[in-house]
Design a protein around this ligand. Structure first.
Ligand code: SF4
Length: 663
């Protein structure tokens, strides 16, 4: 019997992103470039752990474990015959709409629907975060509120005559974890069928649960708004109920809803590479653009407006027929300078367009302004990069949900004469250890030896250090050297965060990412300024780097000192002479994850710098949860160190190429 094609919660969410995606999803002809390993997803966002923690706060429920729709539904309906009952993963169906409710609490005629999410709010703030200042639904909360509104609709339809109340259960950032090791008591594992599961440690105690880290927030008001089409434009065309019926019918009949391409297509995961196309697989993206705009293979060879860096008017441009990068004019960009050295945002966009129009692949390099910047740098130079994580369930006592954890850094050092060495690193991945204070202490020791300029790539390192500054200030048992650690943080950061911290140190870290955006553009990056794109571009265009790093000098006895590499060559070329991405030369971080998911985990996303460290975050989580052999644990640590070392070496190589072009 064919599997029923129900509109589940996740399919409803997908349909709200783009209705056409419902046709491509699950169809093996259309590859989906999103991470689909449930174990990785569980490690990355902590959502499954939060679900288990929620059950501890609302105990005594019956868990529906069957994954067969009909069995799960039957079991749920039998339990709902009781006057009062709590059901975890309740399976509710109305016609072709099917949901699993995280926690369903029946009290007589009342059904309390509780959706557990790995999101957070701060109960110390006066207002709930769901509405914006104009009284409309806040965009960051819309997907979660739509999800509950959908579930409440299905529940109301399936259980007429009941009063439905909806709640969101999310982490409260104002709560402090009462005990050590709480996170590790909710262990994520793979089961024998390679699915993710969470096991709760039998040592979980009343003390562990004495401070609720999750809050239950009533959301009926927002569900009502969505049902009535208020506070959002997303249901203007059909209304909420009719939208659900429309999506459900198309999915049930496996009919494609006509695409309406726009800026959203930039992140569409239904794409194919040439190799996949040759194998007969199909690109959902190409199909949509062909159908809607009559694009041919030749059109796809040109860059589309989706590739234009930081362009916020993609929807308007596409709707007005300007679908190629070359179509965008100065007026579309609102071209203007900003009276700072280098390229403004719109000037950089125009540069990208002009290079694309003329087919000019030469890098743009603002020698004069970058030389002026370099004149201000103090040697030796330090290049640092942090790996961090945030987790809804804290690892240690006194820590709030989603507090920043800095567990790894790498540090490269460059002398005035150009000599380079990997000067230091830190990695704390021992289960249950809060590393932040020892992390910053180790960094301080390495950076306070001189007054050299320090470089980061993006604002992340500044954000992390300010978070640790606040954690030190709030600590109930601060370390003896708290004053020294805070003074050090102030000395290398800037603070202007509307939370009472204001300073700008003379040794404030220099943001190499900012310098890239102002003074350097290589068409090879395709408009991305992520270091994962800029590094291969620089390696391909710098003869100096090619010559230097095509020899095994890195980690060689008379070459560049490295803490993790021996006799390593950063430059390898493919058959057409293009330098391979150095990250692709590193050993796989995980042996039990397929290549597609591994590549996605390592892929970068300029807009989401946390995601940039996805592989490291996942490795950290695995080291926290998994019972590993004496072989596996050191292997993952070695992998983590190599990846982080390349992050700072990448910064050094960008610096070396620039210096060589200037002098
Ligand atoms: S390419 Fe665009 S229209 Fe087509 S499925 Fe993806 S997001 Fe939707």
């Amino acid at each position: 019997m064919p599997k029923p094609r129900y509109l589940t919660k996740s399919r409803f969410k997908l349909g709200m992103e783009c209705p056409t995606k419902l046709y491509y999803t699950g169809n093996p002809l259309y590859p989906d470039k999103s991470i689909d390993d449930p174990f990785l997803i569980a490690l990355a966002d902590g959502g499954y752990q939060v679900g288990e923690l929620a059950k501890q706060y609302i105990p005594g429920g019956h868990e529906i474990t069957s994954t067969i729709h009909a069995d799960a539904e039957r079991e749920t309906m039998a339990l709902l015959q009781q006057e009062n009952v709590i059901i975890y993963e309740a399976a509710i169906r109305f016609e072709s709409l099917f949901i699993r409710i995280d926690i369903l609490k029946k009290e007589g005629n009342r059904l309390n629907l509780i959706e557990v999410k790995s999101k957070s709010f701060d109960s110390a703030d006066e207002d709930l975060p769901f509405l914006n200042t104009k009284g409309a639904l806040a965009s960051s909360w819309k997907p979660y509120l739509y999800d509950i509104a959908y579930q409440a609709h299905v529940l109301k339809s399936a259980m007429p005559g009941h009063i439905i109340s909806s709640y969101l259960m999310i982490a409260d950032k104002a709560a402090k974890c009462p005990t050590d090791g709480l996170n590790q008591k909710f262990r994520i594992r793979r089961d024998h069928r390679n699915r993710k599961m969470v096991t709760v440690d039998t040592a979980l105690s009343a003390a562990d649960l004495s401070v609720p880290l999750l809050a239950v927030l009533p959301v009926d008001e927002y569900v009502g708004m969505i049902w009535n089409g208020a506070g959002t434009d997303d249901f203007i065309e059909r209304g909420f109920e009719a939208t659900i019926a429309w999506l459900a019918e198309a999915y049930a009949k496996n009919e494609k809803i006509a695409p309406s391409p726009g800026g959203k297509c930039r992140d569409c995961s239904f794409t194919c590479n040439d190799e996949e196309l040759q194998k007969g697989l199909k690109s959902g993206f190409r199909e949509c653009w062909r159908e809607t705009f009559n694009w041919t293979d030749r059109d796809f060879k040109e860059e589309s407006v989706l590739a234009l860096w930081d362009f916020r008017k993609k929807d308007e441009a596409i709707a007005s027929g300007k679908r190629k990068l070359a179509d965008i004019s100065e007026d579309d960009l609102g071209l203007k300078g900003d009276e700072k050295p280098g390229l403004s945002r719109s000037q950089r966009q125009l540069l990208q367009i002009k290079k694309s129009r003329s087919g000019n692949t030469e890098p743009y390099f603002d020698r004069e302004n970058l030389a002026a910047e370099m004149e201000q740098w103090t040697y030796p130079l330090h290049f640092i990069d942090f790996e961090t994580t945030i987790n809804p369930i804290p690892f240690t006592k006194g820590v709030a949900p989603y507090e920043m954890i800095g567990f790894q850094y790498s540090h490269h050092f460059v002398e005035r004469d150009g000599s380079v060495r990997h000067a230091g690193e830190y990695l704390c991945a021992e289960p249950g250890v809060f590393p932040n204070f020892s992390f910053v202490r180790a960094l301080k020791k390495e950076l306070e030896v001189d007054k050299g300029t320090i470089f980061r790539y993006s604002n992340h390192e500044n954000t992390v250090l300010l978070a640790i500054y606040r954690q030190l200030a709030a600590s109930e048992n601060p370390p003896k050297d708290i004053a020294d650690l805070q003074k050090f943080i102030v000395s290398i950061t800037h603070a202007d965060d509307n939370k009472g911290l204001f300073w700008e140190s003379p040794r404030n870290m220099v943001d190499l990412w900012y310098l890239v955006k102002r003074y350097y553009y290589d068409p090879y990056t395709k408009g991305s300024n992520s270091i994962k794109y800029v590094l291969p571009a620089v390696l391909n265009s710098s003869d100096f780097l090619k010559q230097k790093y095509s020899k095994p000098v890195y980690g060689a006895s008379s070459g560049i000192p490295s803490l993790n590499f021996r006799d390593w060559k950063w430059i390898e070329t493919d058959d057409s002479g293009i330098v391979k991405d150095p990250y692709s030369l590193l050993p796989k971080l995980f042996n039990d994850i397929d290549e597609k998911n591994q590549a996605l985990l390592l892929s970068s996303d300029e807009d989401n710098l946390i995601k940039n460290g996805g592989a490291a975050m996942t490795a950290f989580a695995r080291l926290q949860f998994e019972e590993m052999s004496d072989y596996e644990r050191p292997e993952i640590k070695v992998g983590l160190k190599k990846y982080c070392e390349l992050d700072t070496m990448a910064m050094v190589m960008i610096y070396e190429a620039w210096r060589e072009w200037i002098y």
